[in-house]
Design a protein around this ligand. Structure first.
Ligand code: ADP
Length: 430
C-alpha cells in the first residue's frame, strides 16, 4: 500500500519500533506530545506576530533544523513573501519576493504537495537570492503547503537539518503544524481585520457625535433669536398677521425640540466615564436649564415659577449634563401642560440629597406608565396617534445622568389629568 498523508508510515514505524528500540519510540512519543502542546497554543493565540514567531520556532524545534520560515501569498503580485523566519531580520526578508517558479516554496505552493531537497547545491528548484542577500548557507530544505480546506494559503519551510537528512517523519510533523497554523493565521488575520474595522467605526462614531454636538450648538443661537423676535412680533401683530407669526413660532419650536432630540441621542451613548465633574453651586445648574427654555415659555405664553433653596448648595456635578437633564424635564412639562397650566421648578435639600423638581398640572401619567416612561424610546401615546413630538429619549437621559451622579430620578402622578412631578435626587457629601 502507498502512504497517503504519511500516517500509515508512522504506524509501520511505530510497530517496528515497539518490538525493537524503546529509545526511538520514546522520541516519537515526545514529538507527538510536543505537537499536542503546539496545537493548544496555536488555537489560543490571536496576536498575528506572536503566532507567526511561535509557529516557526516550534517547526524548527520539532524537525531539529537550524531555522524555519513561513511564506504567504502576496495577493497583488501573486509572489510569495516571508511572513516570518527564524534567525533573520524579518523586515529584510519581507522585501525579497519569492517567485512561484524556480523556488522550493513556489513548487510546494503550485503543486500543493510537500517537498524535500537534501542537497540544494545543484538543485534548480532552490531559489538562491535569499541566501545570498542575507548571507546564509542553505544545505537542505523541506517545505509543506499550508491549507485551509482546499486552498493553499502559504508554505511552511524548515532549513538545514542538524543531524542527518529530512525524512518522511519530518514531513509529517511539519504538515500537521502547517494545517493548524494556516487556520490559526487566518483566525488571527480575521480578528485583526475586525479590530481595525471596529476602531474605524469608533472613529466615525466619534466624528458623528462631534458633528451632532457642533451642529446642535450652532443651530441653537439663531433659533433662539427667531423664537425671541417671533414672540415679540406675535404680541404686536394684528389678527391677520398673528396667524402667520404663530406658524413661524410653531415651526421654530418644532426645530428646537428636534435639536434637543439630537443632543439627547448624543448623550444617550455617553457613559459615566465621559462625565466632567466639578464642584459648583447647584443653583447655577437650575438657572442654566431655565435659560434654555426661556424662549419656548415666552413663545407659548406659559407660566413657570422657579423656587431656589436660599443657601448656596455646592456639589461635585457635571453642570452641563445635569442642566440638560433638567431641561428635558422642563420641556416635557411645557409640552404636556396646556397654555393656561402651571409649571413649578425647584431646588431643595432633603436629608443628604439635593432634589431638583419639576411639577406641572398638565395631562398627568397613568400609574402603570410611571416606570416605563424612563425606558429609551418609550412614549405613553402611540407613535401613530400621538399629538406630541419627541423621540422618547428625554427621560432615559434624565435617569442616566442621575445615575452617573450616584443619584436617582423618578416620576409621580395622581393619574391622567392630575399633573406630574419629576424629581432628580443627587447625593451630597456628608
Ligand atoms: P419624549 O418626550 O421625547 O416622548 P421622554 O422620555 O422625555 O420622551 O418622555 C417619555 C414619555 O413620558 C412622553 O412621551 C410622555 O408620554 C411621558 N411624559 C414625560 N413627561 C411628562 C409630563 N410632564 N406629563 C405627562 N407625560 C409625560
Amino acid at each position: 500500500m502507498d502512504n497517503p498523508g504519511g500516517l500509515a508510515y508512522t504506524w509501520d514505524m511505530l510497530g517496528q519500533e515497539v518490538s525493537g528500540e524503546d529509545k526511538t519510540l520514546r522520541e516519537m512519543v515526545l514529538r507527538y506530545s510536543r505537537l499536542v502542546e503546539i496545537s493548544v497554543t496555536l488555537n489560543s493565540t490571536l496576536d498575528l506576530d506572536r503566532l507567526l514567531q511561535f509557529i516557526i520556532d516550534s517547526a524548527a524545534d520539532l524537525v531539529d533544523s537550524e531555522g524555519a520560515s513561513i511564506l504567504l501569498v502576496n495577493d497583488k503580485s501573486k509572489d510569495l513573501y516571508f511572513a516570518a523566519a527564524t534567525g533573520s531580520d524579518p523586515n529584510e526578508l519581507a522585501e525579497i519576493p519569492v517567485p512561484l517558479d524556480g523556488s522550493l516554496a513556489g513548487t510546494v505552493f503550485r503543486e500543493d504537495r510537500p517537498l524535500i531537497i537534501n542537497e540544494v547545491a545543484n538543485d534548480p528548484r532552490h531559489f538562491r537570492d535569499v541566501g545570498e542577500r542575507i548571507n546564509f548557507q542553505t544545505r537542505s530544505l523541506i517545505g509543506v503547503p499550508m491549507r485551509i480546506h482546499d486552498d493553499v494559503t502559504g508554505v511552511l519551510e524548515a532549513v538545514n537539518k542538524r543531524k542527518g537528512m529530512f525524512d518522511a517523519a519530518d514531513e509529517q510533523m511539519l504538515s500537521i503544524i502547517a494545517s493548524q497554523a494556516a487556520v490559526a493565521i487566518n483566525n488571527a488575520r480575521l480578528v485583526d481585520a475586525l479590530q481595525r474595522a471596529y476602531d474605524e467605526l469608533g472613529k466615525l462614531d466619534r466624528l458623528k457625535s462631534e458633528f451632532i454636538s457642533i451642529a446642535s450648538h450652532e443651530l441653537r443661537t439663531p433659533l433662539a433669536l427667531i423664537l425671541g423676535y417671533a414672540s415679540i412680533l406675535k404680541e404686536d401683530a394684528g389678527e391677520a398677521a398673528a396667524e402667520h407669526v404663530t406658524a413661524v413660532l410653531n415651526s421654530a419650536m418644532r426645530m428646537r425640540s428636534l435639536i434637543e432630540d439630537m443632543t439627547n441621542l448624543n448623550l444617550l451613548r455617553i457613559g459615566s466615564s465621559e462625565m466632567n465633574f466639578e464642584v459648583q453651586p447647584l443653583q447655577s445648574v437650575v438657572r442654566a436649564a431655565h435659560e434654555e427654555v426661556r424662549e419656548t415659555i415666552q413663545a407659548k405664553g406659559q407660566d413657570l415659577a422657579v423656587e431656589l433653596w436660599d443657601e448656596t448648595i455646592m456639589a461635585r456635578v457635571d453642570g452641563p449634563k445635569l442642566s440638560m437633564a433638567l431641561t428635558n424635564l422642563l420641556n416635557n412639562a411645557l409640552r404636556f401642560t396646556p397654555a393656561e397650566g402651571h409649571i413649578h421648578l425647584s431646588l431643595g435639600l432633603h436629608r443628604q440629597e439635593a432634589w431638583f423638581q419639576v411639577i406641572d398640572d398638565g395631562i398627568g401619567i397613568p400609574e402603570v406608565e410611571l416606570e416605563r416612561i424612563f425606558q429609551p424610546f418609550y412614549q405613553v401615546e402611540d407613535h401613530l396617534t400621538r399629538r406630541h413630538e419627541g423621540m422618547g429619549l428625554g427621560l432615559a437621559i434624565v435617569r442616566g445622568v442621575a445615575a452617573a451622579h450616584g443619584g436617582r430620578a423618578w416620576a409621580e402622578s395622581e393619574g391622567p389629568g392630575q399633573g406630574s412631578t419629576f424629581t432628580i435626587a443627587i447625593p451630597l457629601p456628608a
